[in-house]
Design a binder for this molecule. Structure first.
Ligand SMILES: Nc1ncnc2c1ncn2[C@@H]1O[C@H](COP(=O)(O)OP(=O)(O)OP(=O)(O)O)[C@@H](O)[C@H]1O
Ligand SMILES: [Mg+2]
Length: 475
């Protein structure tokens, strides 16, 4: 990485093919396209077989060439493997796809560098560029094929999810005037957990312990929440991490446009929307799936991103005793309410009281282009007065001290849990402290992976005293 440029450089070792090898690659690609087309969209190549086929193809081609003196077994093996990666992988950008430290990969057309957003260094310029429009179109075509979708002049925009879970958006002319574009939001193979979010100061231990108690609700009231924020502010990541707090006994139904959530609980059904097919049939909307979830005996319904008429269905569910989570695009808690109660979501104000928490997630950019994320506010919906939804801010991020401060003396949700469980607020305060102890222990011991965090939380749900004794007394 060189630092003397405004945008730092990200260099990869590029695949070097001789002109002859490049021709063979092109030919192999075309054969594969024919195969895929003839399979009617059910093309699922077996890697070992494909590797063998490629090797035989190379042997047949290269052994005919009298000038070829490199044709050793080793050369054939290496080249076949390289070509295989290129064909069923992602070609030039394959090394970027493989790097878990990248958040996003952005191809802005031809003759321009491919950009990446690095988790540590922010926006970076790579040494990869596509000089040839056909090469880029081929890459996009092959990605579309892998996910059984199509992109052409008639439908020049493609939204989808790669096999590894990454989200992609591709455009070709006439939608993008300067040539094809491709944006990949990479799926993190090792997702961020609540302990990671504590370590990066996105959430504080105190707030995490408070939400843990409220989401669990001691079995009498499991609180719901909307996580709100701008594009890419980390809403889905925070939602995913906070899901770890859900009581393991709850039956969870997740509903998403593209599967992003990775909830480690046992009792989960994952539902995904589906666009209409070419004959305009078979569409499954968010609202269809939320309605259907009500017939699946859910304890908690999680809507990946609330955008349209599914909002009313979700709020009907919340008003009839189900718990819920969802993310929503907005800039502050007040705007969250405004967006929910206006077109196209149009949730009647009277139903809004069913939300317990609005959690605002913020992405803050530093002048160097590196960003960090904070939960900037947690507000409770406390009622409606003269047609205005009343909010009670309970936690707020202080940018001067970079601390998330508890700014309210009381919480409606906590009072409800106290009343329903017959415990005092002080008692709940002690329970929150105990949970802070558990979270602090995980931070200290570097217990952070999804499975490890889940194991400790499960133990706590089973026998909290035992866990606390072990931590505090070391036995
Ligand atoms: N607290 C965080 N710390 C570090 N990285 C984060 C954090 N939250 C999210 N990210 C990273 O930022 C990227 C975007 O996060 P995420 O998808 O959660 O955002 P979003 O607000 O849901 O975006 P969208 O508006 O597209 O739905 C991901 O690559 C994720 O790994
Ligand atoms: Mg999201």
């Amino acid at each position: 990485m060189s630092n003397n440029e405004i945008i730092p450089q990200y260099d990869v070792v590029r695949q070097n093919y001789s002109p002859k090898e490049k021709l063979l690659l092109g030919e192999l690609r075309e054969n594969l396209v024919d195969l895929a087309i003839s399979s009617g969209g059910n093309f699922q190549p077996n890697e070992d077989k494909l590797l063998n086929d490629i090797r035989s193809f190379l042997f047949a081609r290269l052994s005919q060439d009298p000038q070829n003196n490199k044709l050793t077994n080793e050369y054939l093996d290496t080249l076949s493997l390289k070509l295989l990666r290129d064909i069923i992988g992602y070609g030039e950008i394959d090394p970027l796809i493989q790097d878990d430290d990248l958040e996003e990969i952005m191809i802005n057309g031809i003759d321009k560098p491919v950009f990446v957003y690095h988790r540590k260094y922010g926006m970076m310029k790579t040494n990869i560029r596509f000089d040839d429009e056909k090469e880029l179109t081929d890459l996009i075509d092959s990605i579309a094929r892998q996910i059984n979708r199509r992109i052409d002049q008639e439908t020049p925009i493609l939204d989808g999810r790669l096999v590894d879970g990454s989200r992609i958006n591709a455009t070709i002319p006439p939608a993008s005037a300067d040539g094809p574009t491709l944006t990949i939001r990479k799926f993190k193979k090792d997702p961020l957990t609540v302990i990671d979010l504590i370590n990066s100061k996105t959430i504080s231990v105190e707030l995490a312990a408070f939400l843990w108690l409220c989401f669990d609700g001691l079995g009498v009231k499991s609180a719901n929440a909307i996580i709100s924020g701008g594009t890419s502010s980390g809403k889905t990541t925070t939602l995913n991490a906070l899901c770890a707090f859900i009581n393991p006994k709850e039956r969870i139904i997740t509903i998403e446009d593209t599967l992003e959530l990775q909830i480690p609980h046992e009792h989960v059904i994952r539902m995904e929307t589906k666009p209409a097919n070419i004959e305009n049939k078979g569409e499954l909307t968010m609202n269809d799936l939320v309605k259907n979830s009500l017939r699946q005996r859910p304890d908690r319904i999680i809507v990946g991103e609330v955008r349209a008429d599914e909002a009313i269905t979700l709020f009907t569910a919340l008003n009839t005793g189900h718990s819920g989570f969802g993310t929503l695009h907005s800039n502050d808690a007040r705007e969250t309410i405004t967006r929910l109660t206006n077109e196209p979501m149009s949730v009647p104000k009277i139903m809004i009281g069913a939300i317990d928490f609005i959690i605002m997630q913020n992405r803050i950019y530093t002048p160097s282009g590196v960003s960090f994320r904070r939960i900037s506010e947690v507000a409770e919906v406390v009622g409606i007065e003269e047609g205005v939804v009343q909010l009670n801010k309970i936690f707020e991020w202080n940018p001067e001290t970079d601390q998330i401060e508890n700014v309210s003396v009381s919480s409606k949700t906590l009072s409800q849990i106290a009343n329903l469980s017959g415990r005092s607020i002080n008692d709940l305060g002690r329970e929150i402290e105990n949970r802070q102890t558990v979270l602090n222990h995980m931070v200290k011991q570097d217990i952070r992976s999804v499975d490890d965090v889940k194991a400790i939380l499960d133990l706590y749900y089973k026998d909290s005293e035992k866990v606390l004794n072990r931590i505090l007394l070391g036995r």
